[in-house]
Design a binder for this molecule. Structure first.
Ligand code: URP
Ligand code: ZN
Ligand code: ZN
Length: 457
């Protein structure tokens, strides 16, 4: 074997056990005791886990008059440093574009730059008969998941018929529809009303995006999933009431799944009231909610009502981007840096604080997303035949999540004061070490496009 990782504790979504892992040709060839190989890495004291799978990133996204600050190079280096070895980004169908044209634009952004493996979803802007047919071509090409925005009226938002048609088609072809569930008409009305009344500070972003509008849209999407029999994945869930809508759908046997993101677990709406314009750092959609909502999300993760943690990584610099909205919250580009800190935060605050087991952690950040999005068993787990995408996780390593200690290409860290215990010591992609001690040592552009399988959940 090319490589053996010895003496570690292998952690999967279902088990933890002492074993060596043998890697040959970039895949896991053997799991057992006393293995030998050309190169040996000693993992004594380490947890050996599958690399994280982040199903929700936005690298180099043109959005709200700006472009998200990480491209596929900087964003994937940051991801790897935080223990993530696969991302799935979103190609967005622009006006007059075919799905294939949108996909090609995003594939070009990633090619030669991505430092970890990546898949793509396609976000649907229009759903005429031709596009319905084209969804099948996307699945055949290895892009079986589609995003539908129920919010951002005037840009990404589509109507209910488009969502409904997308679900019908997805069911036929082995596709999965991911939704941004907020009632875009209500948000549009409230944003305009508040701006017209001179209520323009960052807190009014939250007041223009009420939790009821998320719960209503989640319920609507869940009902449509039930009517069509199609699977549905609700991205970046933030509110306890929205989670109840998802749970109600699952109780009826609908194939509906939910994701939340670390920022909604870590922060609450008070952040928008920070002095000066600091609140802009946390302006994203949906917005931060009440502390009770975060608690409901933690319970959802632990108890199984939520199935995945993504990041919705969409960073904008405080100076030069967020400050476009210093006199008007509606002009603050929506989004936050998150791709690097997902695993450390979930491990520290989830496993470290006793909210769930290390196996549930692996399920939420790797195996669950891989299963939902057609990547299992190649990604997201440790088994013979899987890609040797591995993180040697040092459970004792302390790391302060200050900007200087992170790699995301943005001028602030939302977690300046947070020190986590548990951090990657090494990250490997297909058997090659790409991060050692918080330094990227891989090759720029070595990330491969992942053609994913049709999704039948
Ligand atoms: O505020 C956010 N979430 N920005 C990224 C776009 C989206 O809604 O996912
Ligand atoms: Zn969204
Ligand atoms: Zn997003």
């Amino acid at each position: 074997m090319d490589l053996v990782i010895k003496n570690g504790t292998v952690v999967t979504a279902t088990e933890s056990y002492r074993a060596d892992i043998g890697v040959d040709g970039g895949t896991i060839a053997l799991i057992g005791r006393d293995l030998s190989g050309a190169e040996v890495i000693d993992a004594a004291g380490m947890l050996v886990m599958p690399g994280g799978v982040d199903p929700h990133t936005h690298m180099e996204l043109p959005f709200m008059g700006s472009i998200s600050a990480d491209d596929f190079r900087t964003g994937t280096i940051a991801a790897a440093c935080g223990g993530t070895t696969t991302i799935i980004d979103f190609a967005i169908q622009g006006a007059g574009q075919t799905l294939r044209q949108a996909l090609d634009i995003w594939l070009k952004k990633a090619e030669g730059k991505a430092c970890i493996d990546y898949g793509m979803h396609v976000a649907i802007g229009a759903m005429d008969d031709e596009r319905m047919a084209e969804m099948g071509d996307m699945v055949e090409f290895g892009v079986p998941s589609f995003k539908v925005f129920m919010a951002y009226k005037g840009s990404f938002m589509v109507d209910d018929e488009t969502l409904f048609r997308s679900l019908i088609r997805a069911k036929e072809i082995g596709g999965l529809i991911a939704v941004h569930a907020e009632n875009g008409d209500i948000l549009h009305y409230l944003i305009n009303k508040h701006v017209a009344e001179g209520k323009k500070e960052p807190i009014w972003h939250a007041r223009s995006h009420p939790a009821e509008a998320e719960a209503e849209a989640t319920h609507r999407a869940v009902v449509m999933a039930g009517m069509t029999g199609a699977p549905l994945y609700v991205v970046h869930m933030t509110a306890g009431d929205a989670l109840e809508a998802l749970k109600a759908g699952r109780a009826k046997g609908f194939k509906v799944f939910g994701e939340t993101c670390p920022q909604y677990l870590m922060f609450s709406v008070e952040k928008y009231a920070e002095p000066g314009f600091e609140g802009a750092k946390y302006v994203m959609s949906p917005p931060l909610r009440e502390k009770g909502d975060s608690e409901a999300l933690w319970r959802g993760l632990a108890g199984g009502d939520l199935q995945a943690v993504g990041t919705d990584h969409c960073p904008f610099n405080f100076v030069g981007q967020k400050d476009m909205g210093k006199d008007d919250f509606s002009k603050i580009p929506n989004g936050m840096p998150s791709v690097e800190t997902r695993l450390p935060l979930l491990y520290h605050f989830g496993v470290g604080q006793g909210r769930f087991s290390v196996n549930r952690f692996v399920e939420l950040v790797a195996t669950g997303p891989a299963r939902l999005f057609g990547l299992l068993p190649r990604k997201g787990t440790i088994s013979v035949g899987a890609d040797a995408d591995l993180v040697l996780w040092d459970p004792k390593r302390e790391h302060r999540l200050t900007k200087e200690n992170l790699h995301m290409n943005v001028d602030y860290s939302p977690y300046e004061d947070v020190t986590v215990r548990g951090y990657p010591a090494l990250t490997l992609q297909r058997g090659k070490v790409i991060v050692r001690n918080n330094q990227f040592v891989g090759d720029v552009g070595a990330g491969q496009f992942l053609k994913r399988s049709p999704i039948h959940l």
